[in-house]
Ligand binder design. Structure first.
Ligand SMILES: *[C@@H]1O[C@H](CO)[C@@H](O)[C@H](O)[C@H]1NC(C)=O
Ligand SMILES: *[C@@H]1O[C@H](CO)[C@@H](O)[C@H](O)[C@H]1NC(C)=O
Ligand SMILES: *[C@@H]1O[C@H](CO)[C@@H](O)[C@H](O)[C@H]1NC(C)=O
Length: 338
């Protein structure tokens, strides 16, 4: 099946599908990062966060059991209390002020407030058999992909498949670029975050939140590449898709006079190379392992689901209390654009 056909099929059928693909509404948008800057309020830059409402300034893995502490989740699968987050996209006007770019739901998930689409797969996206064995994450597992300090293509190449798609219509999925699209995108910019798929089997986290996971040593996840002996355990491929609704910012007359593109990450990155995403595992009991072992593609019979209205209701209160709306003279945190 081609991408567009997959998208169309998902969009027209019941949204509950596996290889797991599910929508999550925004849980909150705040300058917090309990993985990289635990205990720090505010953290360095603004994030958009989805998942369970136990998300907090600190989430010490020895004390913070997400499924126990959460009372709701913004995700369609109601046993997923994990948290997932990325930076936030801003438009920078010619006069130097910034405006937060809204997010739009994908086809078939209309009505979802902000948020992302999350995938967990055991094999390449197009492989409807999804028959390979993967080991689901354990309580306390966390990881970070990408680097908010990256500024060039060579650095960005350290991470596979952190990309952008310039959406001409709601089904556009190709091509993917490592940098922000150079021209206006009719429907929006999709940011794609694919996490590494090989785990060392021992550490739930590491000081840089990266070293316990890596990529296949040959080939790719999609080609069934083997995990290296240092990281022998094959974990599900997590993919996050965020659609940034750039439609209000597509007037070229508002774009920089030098012809460059006007979007920046909340970290100040105007290249797109600093794309990054964080994951804190929080599925209830063995619900994720069971779903992966079911090897289904267009249904998730083992999982409980909730409505979009219920997803939208799950929010976390504002703990930072800074204005992030309207035209802002600076990025939250006063991050320099570079
Ligand atoms: C966040 O942590 C603080 C301090 O431990 C606690 O008082 C508060 O209830 C927590 N918030 C949520 C949403 O769990
Ligand atoms: C800056 O530019 C934006 C977009 O053109 C406009 O809406 C806003 O009012 C301007 N702000 C100032 C302070 O000029
Ligand atoms: C599920 O996990 C919770 C803690 O997160 C635990 O209290 C409960 O006993 C577990 N239930 C089962 C059926 O294992």
């Amino acid at each position: 099946m081609k991408w567009s056909a997959v998208v169309a099929a998902f969009g027209l059928s019941a949204p509950a599908v596996a290889l797991l693909r599910f929508g999550c509404a925004r849980l909150t948008v705040q300058r917090l990062d309990p993985l990289v800057n635990p205990g720090q309020n505010p953290s360095a830059h603004l994030h958009q966060i989805i998942g369970g409402n136990s998300f907090n300034v600190s989430m010490d893995p020895s004390k913070h059991d997400l499924p126990t502490l959460s009372t709701c989740t913004s995700c369609q699968f109601s046993e997923d209390f994990s948290n997932y987050w990325t930076a936030v996209l801003f438009f920078r006007a010619r006069n130097g002020t910034f405006k937060r770019v809204p997010q739009i739901p994908q086809q078939g998930m209309e009505g979802t407030q902000g948020g992302m689409v999350v995938y967990y797969m055991t094999d390449a996206l197009f492989d409807t058999a999804q028959k390979s064995k993967v080991t689901a994450f354990k309580p306390g597992f966390r990881m970070l992909v990408g680097d908010s300090s990256f500024q060039n293509r060579d650095q960005a190449r350290n991470y596979r498949q952190l990309t952008y798609t310039c959406m001409e219509n709601s089904g556009t999925r190709a091509p993917e670029t490592l940098e922000f699209p150079k021209g206006p995108c009719k429907v929006g910019i999709m940011a794609n975050h694919r996490f590494p798929t090989c785990w060392d089997g021992v550490n739930l986290d590491t000081p840089n939140h990266r070293d316990h996971v890596t990529y296949p040593e040959t080939g790719t996840f999609e080609s069934g590449g083997k995990c290296p002996s240092t990281h022998p355990v094959r974990i599900p491929q997590i993919l996050l898709e965020t659609v940034w609704d750039t439609r209000a910012f597509n007037n070229k007359a508002d774009w920089p006079a030098d012809g460059s593109q006007p979007f920046v990450w909340s970290s100040g990155d105007k290249t797109g190379y600093a794309s990054h995403a964080d994951y804190v595992f929080g599925w209830k009991n063995d619900s994720l392992q069971k779903a992966m072992d079911a090897h289904t593609y267009v249904s998730a019979p083992t999982l409980k689901t909730q409505s979009i209205a219920e997803q939208n209701k799950c929010v976390v209160s504002d703990m930072v209390k800074e204005n992030i709306d309207g035209w802002l003279p600076k990025l939250p945190g006063d991050n320099m654009v570079m």
